[in-house]
Design a protein around this ligand. Structure first.
Ligand code: 13P
Length: 287
C-alpha cells in the first residue's frame, strides 16, 4: 500500500522504534525489500537516489514499477516511495512523477538558501500529499559522487528548518555514508540530544545506517531517531552472494545463461539484510 511517510514515522516516534529506508536500484532489489517488509509486517521506505533514478530510466519509470509491483505482490504494509538526497529540481520531478515522499538535501547551501528552497518544496510536497525530509549538517562519505565531511548539525539551524513544516529531519551527528573508517569516532549523542530538545517530536532521520553498532542504533532510537537509511549494506551483501555463486561456477551450470538464476542469490541476500535491520530497528509487526 503506497502512502506518504508522515504517519508511519509519527507512530515510530511514539512507539520508540525506527522505520528502515532501503535504497532500490532495480526490480530485484525492490521485490526483495517489499517481500521482506510484508513478511515482517513492517512499514518500509523505498529510497531512490538521483543516480539510481537515472539508472532506472527516470523517476516516472520508478514510480510506475513500484506502484505496479506493490499491487501485483499484494503488499498490505505501508510503503513510502521516497527520493533520497534530492536536489531542488529532482525533488520537483519526483512530485510530478508520483513519488509519495521526497528528501530535499539543501545542507550544502548557506542556511538562508536552504531555508528558502525547503520552504518552497514543503508547500509543493504538501499540496500534492507527499511527505518531505530536509537536511542540516552534511553527512560524511560519498553519495552519488558528492563527498560530505560528516559535520555535526547546529541545533538552532535544525530548529529553523524544523519550523518550516517539514515531516522529518536528517541532522548530521558524525554519521557517514558507506563503510565507516577504522578511526570513526562514533555518533555524537550530545549533539543528537541538543537537536531533539529543540525540535520536540519531529521524527529524526539517521543516514549512514550501514555499520553503526547495534547499541548506537538503539541509543539513537531512544533519542528520537525514527527512520534509518541503509544502502551500502544491501550492496555489500548482494555483491558477496553474487561473487560466491560465480566463484563456485554455479552460473555455468545448466543452460549457464539464465539471468534470473544469476541474480537470485543476491536478491536473497538483500532479503536477509533487510530482515536483520527490521529486527534491529524494532519495526516488525508495526504495520
Ligand atoms: P549507508 O551508505 O550507510 O547504507 O547509508 C545510506 C544512506 O544514508 C542513504 O541516504
Amino acid at each position: 500500500m503506497l502512502v506518504n511517510a508522515s504517519e508511519m514515522l509519527k507512530k515510530a516516534v511514539a512507539g520508540h522504534y525506527a522505520v528502515g529506508q532501503f535504497n532500490i536500484n532495480n526490480l530485484e532489489w525492490t521485490k526483495s525489500i517489499l517481500l521482506t517488509a510484508e513478511e515482517m509486517k513492517a512499514p518500509v521506505i523505498l529510497g531512490v537516489s538521483e543516480g539510481a533514478g537515472k539508472y532506472m530510466t527516470g523517476f516516472t519509470t520508478v514510480a510506475a514499477m513500484v506502484r505496479a509491483m506493490d499491487k501485483s505482490l499484494g503488499i498490505t504494509v505501508p510503503v513510502a516511495l521516497h527520493l533520497d538526497h534530492g536536489t531542488y529540481d529532482g525533488a520537483k520531478a519526483c512530485v510530478a512523477a508520483g513519488f509519495t515522499s521526497i528528501m530535499f538535501d539543501g545542507s550544502h547551501y548557506p542556511i538562508d538558501e536552504n531555508v528558502a528552497k525547503t520552504t518552497e518544496l514543503v508547500k509543493l510536497a504538501h499540496d500534492s500529499g507527499l511527505s518531505i525530509e530536509a537536511e542540516v549538517g552534511s553527512i560524511g562519505g560519498e553519495e552519488d559522487g558528492v563527498i560530505g565531511a560528516g559535520e555535526v548539525a547546529d541545533a538552532d539551524e535544525c530548529k529553523r528548518i524544523a519550523d518550516l513544516g517539514i515531516d522529518f529531519l536528517a541532522a548530521g551527528i558524525g554519521n557517514i555514508h558507506g563503510v565507516y573508517p577504522a578511526n570513526w569516532k562514533g555518533l555524537d549523542f550530545d549533539a543528537l540530544a541538543r537537536i531533539k530538545e529543540k525540535i520536540g517530536d519531529l521524527p529524526l532521520v539517521l543516514h549512514g545506517g550501514t555499520g553503526i553498532p547495534a547499541d548506537m542504533i538503539k541509543t539513537a532510537i531512544s533519542l528520537g531517531v525514527a527512520k534509518i537509511n541503509v544502502n551500502t549494506e544491501c550492496q555489500l551483501s548482494f555483491a558477496a552472494a553474487t561473487r560466491t555463486y560465480i566463484e563456485a561456477g554455479k552460473d555455468r551450470e545448466g543452460k549457464g545463461f539464465d539471468p534470473r538464476k544469476l541474480l537470485a542469490p543476491g536478491a536473497k541476500a538483500i532479503q536477509d539484510t533487510v530482515r536483520e535491520k527490521i529486527e534491529l530497528f524494532g519495526s516488525a509487526n508495526k504495520a
